[in-house]
Design a protein around this ligand. Structure first.
Ligand code: FES
Ligand code: FE2
Length: 434
């Protein structure tokens, strides 16, 4: 990373400036980073930096939190904990989605206390029974009656949807560039009709590592030899490809990749599906990357035999061999949109050394388990991959926490790890006013 980095236009702050002591502390940590190298150990072990991550990264950027089929009906809600902020998402009867801080206006109790459920026409805090309507307005102040004066409504959380994906932002003034990302991503995502899908399975994993290790691990496939199940379908050619230095087996794999690319691009063209990479992983608050990728073998899905997991394809799709539309957003999510299912991954920090990774498999709303899809076949590749990644993250947290650790160089096929570092530095500098 570059300590004298010039902030790009639009890298505005989305809240008040940071305290001077914290600004000096974070500036000294950033100054210790060597460009083109892994992050120093303090980035995974330092408590004040973790607090800064919560306040200035997770507290001020758009976060992927759920997809629309997770709250399909009016009244459905889900609760989340993002750092110190408990929040909830709610589907209203008119189909709209609202998000609120899950903090009662009386003495602060969480109001909705289950992970998910169905709200009635009103919300009631279980502690002293203050009640709210679904716009967050205070309706009553408990059994003892009247409020001394009109009370402010529940504090809202900014929420936006993108082709069935739900993002929230805790900042008072969220980054304005979400709409640009949404405009450009909609043509890629819309054909998969995520809003008309249903959740087939959701799995939470607690990774024993700092959230940045979870994201770094996702941003490269240098380690993909450790994912034998995933490599049945995934070609791991990311970044510069040097054919001269390949083994005979790698060359054969690469030739298969080129042949499959030519065939599948013809299908994408015929169906009018965009596939070109968009890579804007820094230089903006809401940074993202997308690319439609061909898959190996039958090229249909991320299953053990590379064939579709669900015979009921998504939306109006009629062709199974579409590969995967890969999409990821800074700071906390990645996605695979296939012809037969969508996979979403949301990560949230639990504490300095623990990170929640929530994986969700979604299939067509009319697909029936046992008839159209087999849950084990649908989920086995990414369940195995997630558990392997959790191991990589935990071991890196332990090793990089050692006083003996020295950051090593980032390889060309890890370039997206470097771009994540660049974004992270840009955003800390912008939000802390460095
Ligand atoms: S804290 Fe919610 S009603 Fe008292
Ligand atoms: Fe991995």
């Amino acid at each position: 990373m570059n300590a004298s980095l010039q902030l790009p236009p639009g890298a505005a702050r989305h809240g008040p400036p940071a305290p001077e002591a914290l600004r000096r502390h974070v500036a000294s940590l950033l100054a210790a980073c060597e460009p083109g190298h892994a992050l120093p150990g303090a980035f995974f072990t330092d408590d004040p930096l973790y607090q800064a991550d919560l306040d200035y990264i997770f507290g001020r950027h758009w976060l992927f939190i759920a997809s629309e089929p997770e709250i399909p009906e009016g009244g459905d809600y889900r609760t989340y904990q993002i750092g110190p902020w408990p929040i909830f998402l709610l589907r209203r009867d008119d189909g709209s989605i609202a998000a609120f801080h899950n903090t009662c206006r009386h003495r602060g109790s969480r109001i909705l206390q289950q992970d998910s459920g169905i709200a009635g026409a009103t919300l009631q805090c279980p502690y002293h029974r203050w009640s709210y309507d679904l716009d967050g307005k205070v309706l009553g102040c408990g059994a003892t009656g009247e409020s001394p004066a009109p009370q402010p409504p529940l504090k809202r959380v900014h929420v936006k949807t993108l082709a069935g994906l739900i993002f929230v932002c805790l900042a008072d003034e969220p980054p304005a560039d979400f709409d640009d990302m949404a405009r450009r991503m909609t043509p890629y995502l819309a054909p998969h009709a995520l809003a008309r899908a249903k959740v087939a399975k959701q799995v939470d994993i607690l990774e024993h590592g700092n959230w940045k290790l979870t994201i770094e691990n996702n941003r490269e496939c240098f380690h993909c030899a450790g994912h034998p199940e995933l490599l049945c379908s995934l070609f791991d050619f990311f970044g510069a490809v040097d054919v001269e230095r390949m083994s005979a087996a790698e060359r054969a794999n690469y030739a298969r990749f080129l042949a499959a690319s030519a065939e599948v691009q013809a299908i994408w063209r015929r169906l009018g599906l965009p596939w070109q990479a968009i890579e804007e992983l820094h230089g903006r608050a809401t940074a993202f990357r997308t690319e439609r990728l061909v898959l190996d073998g039958a090229g249909e899905s991320m299953t053990p035999d590379t064939r579709s997991a669900s015979s009921r394809l998504l939306g109006g799709l009629s062709e199974a061999r579409l590969g995967t539309l890969h999409y990821h957003t800074q700071p906390n999510a990645w996605f695979h949109f296939l012809s037969d299912h969508v996979l979403t991954f949301a990560t949230l920090p639990i504490d300095r050394t623990h990170t929640l990774v929530r994986s969700t498999w979604l299939v067509h709303a009319d697909a029936e388990e046992g008839r159209d899809y087999d849950l084990e076949r649908l989920t086995s590749v990414w369940n195995a991959t997630n558990s392997q990644d959790a191991h990589f993250v935990a071991e890196t947290q332990r090793g990089a926490s050692s006083p003996a650790y020295r950051p090593g160089p980032i390889a060309p096929n890890e370039y997206m790890v470097g771009l994540f570092h660049t974004w992270y530095e840009e955003r800390l500098r912008a939000e802390l006013g460095l």
